[in-house]
Design a protein around this ligand. Structure first.
Ligand code: GDP
Length: 527
């Protein structure tokens, strides 16, 4: 395979994620996108909350009992000549750290808004991560089949609250709740939607000429035409470069559930979302997409499925062609890694992957020793910058409940640390038997306790610590900080960084005021 083929394959890939607040319709939209691209036959087969096929792991019991999605699926589907990789993200706020890591591996994001609610808390946090990472954002206003807000008001909210300049690509005819169809702003074409019989599957679509639309849609058509004229007047057109640099967002309207406007969204992803581009290494040198294979672990997960009780490291390919069986170098250790067991994960199903190109995600099973952020390459050396860990807000001391299980305890904690399921913090004072676990959301602890008992056979007890804020510090400041009331200094095992933890932000502020010489650096905000 020549480098030209790698370039061609890379150019047709679009790797993206959907960010949204819980209940905005992410699962529904994911299914609708896949349905449209005909990757699955019937909406609901991927990971629909009701029609989920066989719940297979203990872990999923937590997921099911709480009605939230913990595991991530990587969906891939062909759409015309494009190949779309949709990296699913857990929706629950407690798992946001996982979501953030996924955003490190995509080239674009769809920001999904509920038309009645506009920008919500979780959307804002996730958008901040996109902005920090320079990920371009396409906005999809969902649930237009239900009563909601005015389209112009929603655009205004996007502009005022997050400073993105909205450029609507289509415009709804009929207010939310009385939705008739969409006008494509570039062509002027009007597509009218109707519900498919029985409510499932693809909506019916009809392209209606303007004259007939004016007669048949009456006032709704007139209102839409006036708004469209207004948009033209204020010049709300998309500037492609501004979209890529993160200052403009193309906006589309629709409804995922009845499949209104989903194809326009797919077409927009294909036309506008950037293809994989040269990824800068730690030294700042971009690695061309046609360089030999290199990629980065952005997620490690175990116990996803009882039938596959193993550890899966997800790797985003940044350059070159991956071929199953090839030997890679694990950059942090310099050790060789044989990739006999490479897989793709589609919903709950897995299949073997033989080749992969830039933009693709591969899963390596039983990849002991692989940690989030690790670089792998066929010919290098290259090291991609680490994927930042987020500021924890919840802290627990963890101990084994059974002293004869000390070995299993250590192994389990080490693995959960490597996966990034929680952050593991240690100090000489506390000793190895009682590390501190730090998390963005408390639900992560529940997953840890469950997995320690069932997967590692090492039941644990946990005790909450009264800290809520962490700051990065350095060896010079650490001793002074550790002597202050209410403050503790711990080492994060994964990256060796020193964290000072505080009961609350007021105590932190007091320390900052009284000791301006001490190093206290904010961590990447979890929100
Ligand atoms: P998630 O939490 O973001 O994954 O949201 P879901 O996909 O589970 O959707 C939340 C609820 O909104 C479900 O009851 C969906 O059926 C409903 N929903 C999603 N999209 C639409 C839509 O376009 N129109 C309407 N009326 N309901 C929708």
């Amino acid at each position: 395979m020549s480098s030209r083929d790698v370039e061609t394959e890379a150019a047709r890939r679009r790797t993206f994620a959907v960010i949204s607040h819980p209940d905005a319709g992410k699962s529904t939209l994911t299914e609708a996108l896949a349905l449209h691209a005909a990757a699955i036959g019937e909406a609901g087969a991927v990971h629909g909350k009701s029609g989920r096929r066989g719940v297979t792991s203990d872990w999923m019991e937590i997921e099911r009992s709480r009605g939230i999605s913990i595991t991530s699926a990587v969906l891939r589907f062909e759409f015309g000549d494009a190949l779309l990789n949709l990296l699913d993200t857990p929706g629950h706020a407690d798992f946001s750290e996982d979501t953030y890591r996924v955003l490190a591996a995509v080239d674009a994001a769809i920001m999904l808004l509920d038309s009645a609610k506009g920008l919500e808390a979780q959307t804002l946090k996730l958008f901040d991560v996109c902005r920090a990472r320079g990920v371009p954002v396409i906005t999809f206003v969902n649930k237009w089949d239900r009563p909601g807000r005015e389209p112009l008001e929603l655009l205004d909210e996007v502009e005022q609250r997050i400073g993105l300049r909205p450029a609507p690509l289509n415009w709804p005819v009929g207010v939310a709740g009385d939705f008739r169809g969409l006008v494509d702003r570039a062509t002027g074409d009007y597509t009218r939607y109707g519900r498919a019989p029985g409510g499932a599957g693809l909506a019916t679509e009809e392209v209606v000429p303007a004259g007939r639309a004016a007669a048949e849609e009456g006032k709704a058509w007139q209102a839409a035409q006036e708004e469209l004229a207004l948009l033209d007047e204020i010049g709300a057109d998309l500037d492609d470069a501004a979209f890529r640099s993160g200052s403009d967002t193309p906006v589309l309207f629709g409804a995922a559930l009845p499949n209104f406007g989903v194809r326009a969204l797919l077409e927009t992803v294909r036309a506008l979302a950037p293809a994989p581009s040269p990824r800068p290494g730690e030294d700042g040198t971009p690695r061309p997409v046609d360089a030999p294979f290199a990629g980065q672990v952005f997620k490690v997960q175990a116990g996803m499925d009882r039938a596959h009780r193993d550890r899966l490291a997800f790797i985003r390919v940044y350059s070159g062609k991956f071929e199953r069986g090839m030997t890679l170098t694990h950059a942090p250790t310099g050790r060789p890694l044989v990739t006999k067991y490479a897989q793709t994960v589609f919903g709950r199903d897995r299949s073997t992957v033989d080749v992969a190109y830039p933009g693709d995600v591969i899963g390596l099973t039983n990849a002991a020793g692989l940690t989030v952020g690790d670089t792998l390459y066929a010919r290098g050396p290259v090291v991609f910058p680490p994927i930042p860990a987020f500021a924890p807000e919840h802290f627990m001391v963890v101990r084994t409940r059974d002293n004869s299980k000390a070995k299993q305890f250590r192994k389990g904690i080490d693995q959960l640390d490597a996966e990034g399921a929680v952050q593991v913090l240690r100090s000489d004072l506390r000793g190895d038997q009682a590390p501190v676990l730090a998390a963005v959301g408390p639900l992560q602890f529940e997953v840890v306790a469950h997995r320690m008992e069932h997967e590692f056979n090492a039941p644990v007890e946990m005790n909450r610590l009264d800290y809520t804020v962490a700051r990065r510090t350095d060896p010079d400041s650490a001793p002074a900080l550790a002597r202050l009331r209410g403050v503790e200094v711990l080492t994060r095992t994964l990256d060796g960084s020193l964290l000072a933890v505080f009961p609350d932000k007021w105590r932190l502020r007091a320390v900052e005021r009284e000791h301006p010489d001490l190093t206290l650096v904010p961590l990447l905000a979890a929100g």
